[in-house]
Design a protein around this ligand. Structure first.
Ligand SMILES: [Zn+2]
Length: 825
């Protein structure tokens, strides 16, 4: 055992500190081996008090006094006396004077038998990176102690309300404090104890668990690049030993925040000295390490750590604490209200793609928000068989404009990414008038975007330069060229064929016009549906498709935002060899022409999952029972990734018949047994979005390696969920699943539990199909993305990249059928 004392900010109060330490050391609790100091050690005002502890360099005179026990600090504070003495070493602790040691700016050091990690406020991104590299080395089991000058951001995640209330009572607004770098450091170094200073209060968080990698030979040897990212995100312990692979060896971290050093008696909330006996991690047995005290929570920092790599770095570069400039990402706007966990969260690759496509197509003019021809008011409003055909479709060349082409007469700036939906014209006017005189400002109530028209092109151009990415009431504005109002005369080289004035899009419009399609009768709605889904549109968001023989179609969506999203993601989608052009249709378009909604028969003919449907890809179906069947998905993550589907066109689990539930559950159990033979556990999920008719429920079943990788599913699900504003709750064991899944929209997941073979049932419920950012409340790819990461194959998150030829699909289906046969109910 190593007995240590940890002190909060000393700030030059050496006498108070050392007399207290000396008393403790000589008392019943002592003796202690060493003292660790968190936060600023010195104060420029107290250099006189420090002087006796330091040798006089010129004369070589030794120090007159020394600390009662070996004392370590890492945050020098602003002492003029100390500053010239400090050196930066990569690995060494610097002994400034007898028993007075400087650890460095940030890193992992060996102090006696202990592994001590620390991070000062003055650390550099390199310090953090070096610590992470060290922690990723084979043989590193975790730090005994982590010291950070600030509290880790996100420490409050998963805490019960009572704990948050307690924090408030001691003057700490949980969501308002903390450094992302400290959180990253905690994730990277996996400490057993984490001491943080800086928030001015003593606080002991409920312990949280660190998880480890499954440590499979393939993980360590074969896929190094992925393993590193996975470990970083997943806080994995990668000693790779056989015991680590087989046994559970996650360690539990306690976070303790300390107040500053104070004289006299202090109440508990202001405690600044903490004593603890540490059994060095290097000597601990796995069982002891794995022990979990009551009240242990999941790791609160996983979301801070970010997704597919780079999260740590980004956090480090972005600075931390209140003053850090952080909202640089595309999703900067959500950070303000999103809570601390969102601060440096990396956005999954597939979301980034959507965002990029958005900006790209907006700036090249292929994606135009302002094009809705209201009441035929637009130039081309009356053209086209359906009257609502957006006018800009008349010019094919509009889409081939080079990205750089800027209309020199354009004075309109598109203002996007208004994620808070809280801006009005006055807000935009105030902000943009700082650049130059404005002609008009348009933004609808609660809109995600607006337009600002300047008097002069140059001012508009400057606004794009200086205001893009800046904040306005919590929105990280994204600026692009809007549509010029200058009319045909302004169309430089045909780059921009101008349409109706760039009026704000009608926020109730849910109709998308899809043009540039093949003419004639060969085109069916299923072709469009399939390609939209392939492009990333949630199938459940599509409520109706109306095809014409004239080379265009209208697609109705469940919401305006879903339609807007489709315009972005499906732009240029290949539909029967043609590159689709998407824009706003008119709101009433399709219902006016249609004469009645699709009847059930239509729906089933279109459905991918109805066995009777001509569009069913029969070669993927492997097992058909009375009420349900099993099929391979297109572009499965791994060969044994399958779907469990009710034969009837049923939209959600709660609508299944007793007989069907029985069969579905039997398939689940069979898959569980089948996966177990491959040393895998079952990760399955159902995404239900409550839009009309179209959804044919299906449960995705994916094998994930047993051990920590599988058990990590729960943590990752929760942590990732937070980033998307989703919160998962457990369905109590024994509760009827049909009763539990009543919400209009939900994501239900069954993940491996702590005990091998056990399961935990988690559900996220929401009444809204779209979140307040206008995106699906339950992202289409969410669960698959997680499965891909658990499988250490984040590059397969997109099903499209996994798509196989029909021959190969048939082969896989046959193989699965054969191997699953003995398990199939
Ligand atoms: Zn169906």
């Amino acid at each position: 055992m190593v007995k240590i004392l940890v002190a909060g900010e000393v700030q030059g109060k050496y006498k108070t500190l050392f007399s207290k330490v000396a008393a403790l050391n000589g008392g019943k609790a002592g003796p202690f081996d060493l003292l660790l100091c968190v936060g600023a050690f010195t104060s420029s005002d107290a250099d006189g008090d420090l002087a006796p502890y330091l040798p006089i360099e010129e004369s070589g005179e030794p120090a007159q006094a020394k600390p009662p026990i070996p004392t370590y600090f890492f945050e020098p504070g602003d002492s003029a006396l100390l500053a010239p003495l400090l050196q930066q070493h990569d690995t060494d602790v610097q002994e400034l004077a007898p028993d007075l040691f400087y650890l460095g700016r940030g890193g992992i050091r060996t102090v006696g038998k202990l592994t001590v990690a620390f991070l000062s406020e003055t650390h550099t991104p390199e310090d953090l990176e070096a610590a992470r590299t060290n922690a990723n080395r084979g043989g590193y089991r975790g730090a005994d102690v982590l010291l950070t000058s600030e509290w880790p951001r996100g420490f409050d995640a998963d805490l019960p309300d009572a704990a948050i209330a307690h924090l408030k009572s001691v003057g700490v607004a949980a969501a308002g404090v903390g450094s992302a770098a400290a959180a990253d450091m905690a994730v990277a170094t996996r400490p057993r104890y984490h001491f943080g200073g800086g928030a001015g209060a003593y606080y002991q968080r409920a312990p949280y668990r660190n998880a480890m990698n499954d440590g499979s030979a393939a993980g360590i040897a074969g896929r190094c690049a992925h393993v590193t990212r996975f470990i970083a995100f997943h806080n994995a312990m990668n000693d790779g030993s056989a015991a680590g692979i087989a046994g559970r060896c996650a360690l539990v971290t306690r976070f303790i925040g300390l107040g500053p050093c104070a004289e006299g008696a202090v109440d508990k909330a202001r405690r600044w000295l903490h004593a603890v006996s540490v059994e060095p991690i290097a000597f601990m047995g796995r069982e002891a390490l794995a022990e979990e005290p009551a009240g242990t929570t999941d790791n609160p920092y996983l979301a801070v750590q970010g997704g597919a790599g780079g999260g740590l770095k980004r956090a480090a570069e972005g600075g931390e604490g209140g003053g850090g400039k952080r909202g640089r990402g595309e999703f900067g706007g959500e950070e303000e209200d999103g809570g601390p966990l969102l601060k440096s969260a990396a956005v999954p690759a597939w979301v980034d793609k959507v965002a990029q496509d958005d900006s790209k197509s907006t700036s090249t003019g292929t994606f135009r928000w302002g094009a809705k021809a209201e009441g035929g008011g637009g130039r081309g409003g009356g053209r086209g068989g359906r009257g609502g055909r957006p006018p800009e479709r008349s010019g094919g060349s509009a889409h081939s404009a080079p990205p750089e082409a800027v209309d020199p007469t354009n004075t309109v700036v598109y203002v996007g990414n208004v994620m808070q939906r809280n801006l009005d014209q006055a807000d935009l006017s105030r902000k943009f008038a700082t650049v130059g005189p404005l002609k008009s400002v348009r933004i609808a109530d609660g809109a995600l975007f607006g337009f600002v028209e300047f008097g002069r092109h140059d001012d508009a151009a400057r606004a794009l330069q200086v205001l893009d990415g800046t904040d306005l009431k919590g929105n990280a504005l994204r600026l692009r060229w809007g549509q010029s109002r200058s009319g045909a005369g302004g169309a430089a080289g045909g780059a921009r064929r101008e349409a109706a004035p760039a009026a704000p899009v009608n926020p109730t419009n849910v109709t998308v016009f899809v043009g540039n399609l093949p003419k004639g009768d060969d085109l069916k709605d299923i072709h469009i549906r399939r390609e939209l889904v392939r492009a990333g549109v949630a199938e459940a968001d599509i409520t109706d498709i109306r095809v014409t023989s004239k080379g265009y179609a209208f697609v109705q969506f469940a919401s305006h935002a879903a339609a807007a999203n489709a315009i972005v993601v499906a732009q240029g989608a290949d539909i029967m060899g043609s590159s689709a052009r998407c824009s706003w249709g008119t709101a009433q378009q399709s219902s006016a022409d249609r004469g009645g909604g699709p009847h059930e028969g239509d729906q089933q003919r279109e459905c991918w999952f109805c066995l009777a449907s001509p569009t069913l890809e029969e070669h993927l179906v492997t097992n058909v029972a009375e009420e349900a069947y099993v099929a391979l998905p297109k572009g499965g993550l791994v060969p044994d990734h399958v779907l469990i589907v009710p034969i009837a066109h049923i939209q959600r689990y709660s609508e299944l018949s007793d007989a069907c539930v029985k069969e579905v559950e039997a398939f689940k159990a069979a898959l569980k047994a089948y996966y177990a033979r491959q040393k895998c556990e079952l990760f399955c999920f159902e995404r239900c979005t409550g839009t009309k008719g179209a959804n044919h429920m299906h449960i995705q079943a994916i094998p994930v390696p047993e051990g920590e990788a599988a058990r990590g599913a729960r943590m990752v699900l929760k942590a990732d969920g937070l980033r998307f504003g989703m919160s998962f709750k457990e369905v109590p064991a024994g509760a009827d699943l049909r009763q539990a899944l009543q919400a209009k929209n939900y994501l239900y997941a069954e993940v491996p539990g702590e005990a091998p073979g056990s399961i935990i049932r988690l559900v996220h419920e929401t009444s809204e199909a779209l979140n307040d950012r206008g995106r699906p409340s339950i992202p289409l790819q969410f669960a698959r993305d997680i499965a891909a990461r658990l499988l250490l194959m984040p590059d397969r998150a997109q099903w499209k990249t996994c798509e196989l030829s029909k021959d190969k699909e048939t082969e896989l289906a046959e193989r699965f059928k054969e191997q699953f046969a003995e398990y199939s109910p």
